[in-house]
Design a protein around this ligand. Structure first.
Ligand SMILES: NC(=O)c1ccc[n+]([C@@H]2O[C@H](COP(=O)([O-])OP(=O)(O)OC[C@H]3O[C@@H](n4cnc5c(N)ncnc54)[C@H](O)[C@@H]3O)[C@@H](O)[C@H]2O)c1
Length: 245
């Protein structure tokens, strides 16, 4: 299936993990992919692996100015606005609520929730101005539902991403811009590789499939949501967790 032939995509957090797998899946299906990441070296590496039609951009999704520059650089390079936008940039700063610092709370909120807001706002505005239909896919987390101990900042930020997704879907439907979110379970990426072994064991026990997911298993769902095969799916929150409870 080459369902994205010639379409332009921008993936935040494309330098690593799920975002990188999304870049690879969209490229495989024929899209030109802009890899946007705060870690510019990682973004360049992903882009070089994707091929000459790909571009790496440095962006800090928590900064309005940086996101605005990222949009302008994308348009300058490709002479058009991306019609597929994937919000995968994200961080964790786990701590029990009574011990969590203000910085740990703010950093997670700024990148995971405000970052998703800023990218969505700037890129959707550009789609509307250029009168193009589009699709935005946000990477929330199953933690938004499970509300895991030690993750009050992360859980609340990802629940916020889920709410923002559904509000945006209602507001943008009339512009033919669809907005959906994926709620991954535990996926094998740099974000989870340093989890303590006992935590990994508990996660696997609680997962019906008794294993972590692979980044490609999330990326394939993103590629589907970005394609015309999902043309009437809007405002959906899709668990990709192997049934984790
Ligand atoms: N790995 C999991 O188990 C899992 C589960 C559920 C949800 N998620 C979510 O999926 C997304 C991707 O996670 P991952 O596992 O691939 O993590 P990762 O750490 O492998 O990749 C995250 C990427 O985001 C980039 N990034 C961080 N801050 C940024 C900023 N301010 N601006 C731009 N880029 C920034 C990093 O440089 C990195 O390349 C995140 O939103 C994460 O919360 C991950």
């Amino acid at each position: 299936m080459r369902g994205h032939f010639g379409r332009l995509a921008l993936v935040t957090g494309g330098g690593s993990g799920i975002g990188k797998a999304v870049c690879q899946a969209l490229t495989r299906e024929g899209a030109k992919v802009i890899v946007a990441d705060k870690n510019y070296e990682a973004a360049k590496l992903t882009a070089s692996e994707l091929g000459p039609e790909s571009l790496a951009l440095e962006v800090d999704v928590s900064s309005d100015q940086s996101v605005y520059k990222c949009l302008n650089d994308a348009i300058k390079n490709y002479k058009r606005s991306p019609q597929i936008v994937v919000n995968s940039a994200g961080i964790i700063r786990d701590a029990y609520l009574l011990k969590m610092t203000e910085t740990e709370f703010d950093d997670v909120y700024k990148i995971n929730l405000k970052g998703t807001f800023l990218i969505t706002q700037h890129f959707a505005k550009s789609m509307v101005e250029h009168k193009i239909s589009g699709t935005i896919i946000n990477i929330s987390s199953i933690v938004a539902k499970l509300n895991t101990v030690g993750q009050c900042n992360y859980a609340a930020s990802k629940a916020g991403v889920a709410s923002l997704t559904q509000v945006a879907a209602k507001e943008f439907g009339k512009f033919n811009i669809r907005v959906n979110a994926i709620l991954p379970g535990y996926i094998e990426t740099p974000m989870t590789e340093n989890l303590p072994e006992d935590v990994k064991k508990i996660v696997k026990e609680r997962c019906a499939m008794k294993r972590f997911g692979r980044p490609e298993e999330v990326a394939d769902v993103v590629a589907f949501l970005a394609s015309e095969k999902s043309s009437y799916i809007n405002g959906a929150l899709i668990d990709v967790s192997g049934c984790l409870s």
